[in-house]
Design a protein around this ligand. Structure first.
Ligand code: PLP
Length: 230
């Protein structure tokens, strides 16, 4: 089933790119494998998927021990400062940085390992109370501070749009994040590169691509519904 779903999502991504005149290679699909077993991830790897998203530190640690294939792990969930050290050298990108304190912790751990850690700033564009992320207004000041950290490299922005029945309702939020990305890019801040826009999930990735997403994070659409009770 995973391979059929991947083929379906792949087609939807190509169609969305075509609609707005973008090249398919401008968009990377991240298969969000949180709560899903290693066997399903292996199936996706066989299909050709190389980017996987997880939201729990322990799960990343466990899965990277078992899966030896060269794949890219993305940390897409809320990250506690005391857990940064467990994943810093296992993930290719941390999507969920929303405070200077977290960035400083990443700086400390990255310096210890002599690496530079790529990150995105999570923006709560829709101002939902239940979600993490900084406001649109807080984003530039935060980036200006984080840019001073030598072992942290800002690559762009991420958002989790509201859960909606009609994905069109999220278009304004994707557009707003894209515009914010452009505004910040135009400031040409040292050590900041705004090439990544991580937005769009199973319910709304096509709209997100139409609005400029470069990374889409699709879980349910690839691996099926998640069961949190097991
Ligand atoms: C779970 C999750 C996703 C994937 O959600 P689906 O609706 O299953 O596609 C994407 N992004 C983040 C941050 C997530 O936590």
């Amino acid at each position: 089933m995973v391979k059929e779903n991947l083929a379906f999502v792949e087609q939807k991504i190509s169609d969305a790119c075509k609609r707005v005149g973008r090249n398919r290679d401008e968009v990377t699909l991240i298969a969000v494998s949180k709560t899903k077993p290693v066997e399903m991830i292996q199936e996706a790897i066989e299909y050709g998927t190389v980017d996987f998203g997880e939201n729990k530190v322990q799960e990343i640690v466990d899965k990277t021990q078992v899966i030896q294939d060269k794949v890219n792990w993305h940390m897409i969930g809320h990250l506690q400062r005391n857990k940064v050290k467990y994943i810093i050298d296992k993930v290719c990108l941390i999507h969920s940085v929303d405070s200077l304190r977290l960035a400083q912790q990443i700086e400390q751990e990255a310096a210890k390992k002599n690496i530079i850690c790529p990150i995105l700033i999570e923006v709560n564009v829709a101002k939902e109370e239940t979600k993490y992320g900084v406001t649109v207004e807080e984003t530039l000041p935060l980036i200006t501070e984080i840019a001073k950290l030598p072992h942290v490299s800002i690559k762009g922005l991420m958002t989790i749009a509201p859960y909606v029945e009609n994905s069109e309702e999220n278009r304004i939020y994707f557009r707003k994040l894209h515009q914010l990305n452009i505004d910040i890019k135009s400031k040409n801040i040292d050590n900041v590169n705004m090439d990544i826009l991580s937005m769009g999930m199973t319910g709304d990735y096509e709209v997100a691509i139409e609005e400029g997403a470069t990374l889409v994070r699709v879980g349910t659409g690839i691996f099926g519904e998640r069961n949190y009770n097991i």
